[in-house]
Design a protein around this ligand. Structure first.
Ligand code: PLP
Length: 429
């Protein structure tokens, strides 16, 4: 090995992984076991008391999942990570670690519909109150800050509208308010955007999408940037700064320093709420990550070609793809995602709802389903599916009105995707 810091593509293949010390297996083995044998009683006691790191039980940690955690932490530039059962589980454990009943957090209105739903309904049952920022600009977030604010949540590239957020501007608002900035980086992946470099304190992913990349496994991950000073925030984050009765009075922020958030999410959140990632899914996602740089480049190049085609099509009223010059978010895309603006975007059909339904029915190469980030190209009509729980007003604000179609562009040949869209639009004319 040289002293050179490894590049992104090298980390995508090697970070966290070693040949298996027992068998020499080069691919990371699937440690398909519930539990791990202790060396002796003292070893068991030190693991349970958080005095030593090691494996106890797969709900709390597993060696296959640990390789995935180390790899994504390296790709995002964080200090540590925690892999969990889904993207929603990652969001849940982040907020469980940060919030007490009665607390508020600020979120962007332009988010994945499932997150809007989770925040509006499920979280209110825990007494966690979402405050929606009026616009996407940093000033809108600043106006929403109150003494009860404990965190700010945005997506780097919002699903489904192709909106790019000013991460550094919103990070400055969070810093001023003394709260962590959480960025859902699912649609960008760390290949396109690394939110920690722009001031994010916590990054979450649905691994189900581009990191896994093949549409075969659900998973999520939390990355701790190690940047937030929990002790300085005093009593505002008791999970991190109050003595923990279950760990002999240990204060997690004192003991674990710049990876305390990842530890707290594991030993208080994952341990007690239980959404563990299966080692098999961790293996599938790790295999996907090995080709992340190649896939993301092809996804973005194809998406730009398809967006260009649609933007000149007579049946299309608008295209919202930040990679297109002239798009409202083009300048932010050039600043935050210079390698490409991702694969997911929306466009509007002049024929409205009926034309949207005809399009999804007439496409043959695109699959009509509720996912993004597959090797295959995917299409959906958000108003009748992913965003259907929202009111008409919320749908419009989230960029999911009746004329809107969302595409997740795969890594097939761009010419074939354009030909499929062309024939489906003609058939629906
Ligand atoms: N965040 C974003 C941006 C998403 O697109 C999704 C799912 O589509 C999620 C979170 C939730 O992830 P999961 O389906 O893995 O729970």
């Amino acid at each position: 090995m040289t002293d050179r810091a490894p590049g992104f593509a090298t980390l995508a293949i090697h970070a966290g992984a070693q040949p298996d010390p027992t068998t020499g297996a080069r691919a990371t083995p699937i440690y398909q076991t519930t539990s791990f044998v202790f060396d002796d009683v003292d070893h068991a006691a030190s693991l349970f008391g958080l005095q030593a790191f090691g494996n106890i039980y797969t709900r709390i940690g597993n060696p296959t999942c640990a390789v995935l955690e180390e790899r994504v932490a390296a790709l995002e530039g964080g200090t540590a990570a925690l892999a969990v059962a889904s993207g929603h589980a990652a969001e849940h454990l982040v907020f469980h670690t940060l919030l007490e009943p009665g607390d508020e957090f600020i979120a962007a209105k332009k988010l994945y519909g499932g997150s809007i739903n989770q925040f509006n309904h499920a979280y209110r049952k825990f007494g966690w109150n979402v405050v929606w920022a009026e616009g996407d600009d940093p000033a809108s977030f600043a106006r929403a800050v109150t003494p009860k604010t404990k965190a700010i949540f945005i997506e780097s590239i919002a699903n489904p509208g192709g909106v790019i957020f000013d991460i550094a501007g919103i990070a400055a608002v969070a810093k001023q308010a003394g709260v962590p900035l959480i960025v859902d980086n699912t649609l960008a992946s760390p290949y396109l955007i690394r939110p920690i470099e722009h001031g994010a304190d916590i990054v979450v992913h649905s691994l189900t999408k581009f990191l896994g990349g093949h549409g075969n496994s659900i998973g999520g991950i939390i990355v701790d940037a190690g940047s937030f000073d929990w002790l300085k925030a005093g009593k505002r984050y008791p999970s991190l700064t109050a003595p923990r009765p279950e760990y002999a009075g240990m204060v997690l922020a004192e003991t674990f320093g710049n990876f305390a958030f990842a530890i707290a999410a594991r030993v208080l959140g994952l341990r007690d709420l239980g959404p563990a990632l299966s080692p098999f899914n961790a293996f599938q996602i790790l295999t996907g990550i090995e080709t992340l740089p190649l896939r993301m480049k092809k996804h973005s190049d194809n998406a730009l070609a398809v967006a260009r085609f649609l933007s000149t099509h007579p049946q299309v009223s608008w295209v919202s793809y930040p990679g297109l010059p002239g798009d409202k978010y083009h300048a932010l895309a050039q600043r935050y995602a210079p390698k490409g603006a991702g694969a997911v975007f929306t466009f509007g059909l002049k024929g409205g709802n009926a034309a949207g339904i005809a399009l999804v029915s007439n496409l043959t190469l695109f699959s009509h389903l509720a996912n993004v980030g597959d090797t295959r190209s995917l299409v959906i009509h958000p108003a009748s599916t992913t965003h259907r729980q929202l009111t008409d007003e919320q749908k419009a604000i989230a960029g999911a009105g009746p004329d809107v179609v969302r595409l997740s562009i795969g890594i097939e040949d761009a010419e074939d995707l354009i030909a499929d869209l062309d024939q489906a639009l003609k058939a629906g004319a």
